[in-house]
Design a protein around this ligand. Structure first.
Ligand SMILES: [Zn+2]
Length: 300
């Protein structure tokens, strides 16, 4: 069955949401940190971070900040874009940058997911806006990142196609959305709990201090933050499984956990980003989105 948002997507694509935006650029060691957000009534919605290092840009941000991102990228003579994953707050300006000659790199599944129009839910239109399709190439195992090389680290869980970049000489891990918060309380419906934990365990085998997250960077103490997040997730997993063993429903387990946010931010997602999804992912695994399954089943 076609999900409702597939039918409504063409409408929201052209709807003039009354969003403003913020943008600024700052330096961290030899990276330029691009920070941006959509704003409603002057209030920033979960800021997004991209990183320019040498001629490489890691993630491209949201499309409503295209002019600022493209100007910063061209000033730095960016010739290579690495997408940590296909979500629209990461791939929002990839097509625009490709039109200026930048090579766009992503994982094999990422290449398929950014190649076509992906229908988005209402809240994605509100929060992030659009991401035009782009022809990307499969990222090699090692990518130049300024004076040093970045090693590609598989990082699925948050999305099927996610990668991270590890720069051992710098002690950096560019983690896309694999971190976001130590005590994560909600999941998208398609987030994979077990893959997320495996990704964090993989991160803990690497040497790094700076966690260059796409939403909440930790410029120091990044590895401790990953360790804390993994411990939190394992604690939740234990509590959820214990409750399930007592025959509790998902709704009851969510209530017992007592971590469900009450903010309107979560209401606007119409149930796509919730604590119940986190519980379901622990118990039954992720619920893949139809458009993602379709895109991944087409030959590249
Ligand atoms: Zn994401």
């Amino acid at each position: 069955m076609t999900p409702l948002y597939h039918l409504l997507d063409p409408l929201w694509r052209h709807f003039p949401f009354p969003a403003g935006h913020t943008f600024d650029a700052s330096a961290f060691e030899d990276a330029t940190v691009l920070r941006m957000a959509r704003t409603y009534r002057g209030r920033e919605i979960l800021p997004v971070y991209c990183y320019v290092v040498g001629e490489t840009l890691v993630d491209t941000g949201i499309s409503s900040v295209a002019d600022e991102v493209v100007t910063a990228a061209r000033r730095a003579k960016v010739g290579r874009v690495v997408l940590t994953h296909h979500h629209e707050d990461h791939s929002g300006n990839a097509a625009r940058l490709a039109s200026f000659g930048a090579e766009v790199l992503a994982t094999d599944s990422g290449v398929r997911l950014v190649a076509g129009e992906l229908p988005r839910r209402f809240y994605q239109h509100v929060l992030w806006g659009e991401a035009d399709p782009v022809k990307a190439r499969v990222v090699p195992d090692v990518v130049p990142l300024g004076r040093f090389d970045a090693h590609v680290v598989p990082a699925s869980g948050h999305s099927v196609d996610q990668l991270a970049l590890h720069v051992p000489e710098r002690g950096w891990l560019l983690s896309g959305d694999a971190f976001v918060a130590e005590k994560i309380k909600v999941f998208r419906g398609d987030e994979d709990f077990h893959e997320s934990c495996l990704t964090l365990e993989r991160f803990l085998t690497l040497d790094f201090d700076a966690l260059l997250c796409a939403h909440r960077p930790r410029f120091t103490g990044g590895k401790e933050a990953i360790r804390a997040k993994l411990a939190w997730l394992r604690e939740l997993e234990g509590r959820v499984k214990e409750s399930r063993a007592k025959g509790r429903s998902v709704r009851r387990i969510v209530r017992e956990l007592g971590i469900e946010p009450s903010s309107s931010f979560y209401t606007i997602t119409f149930g796509d980003v919730t604590t119940a999804n986190l519980v379901r992912s622990i118990l039954d695994g992720p619920k893949r989105r139809v458009e993602v399954v379709r895109a991944l089943s087409t030959a590249s």
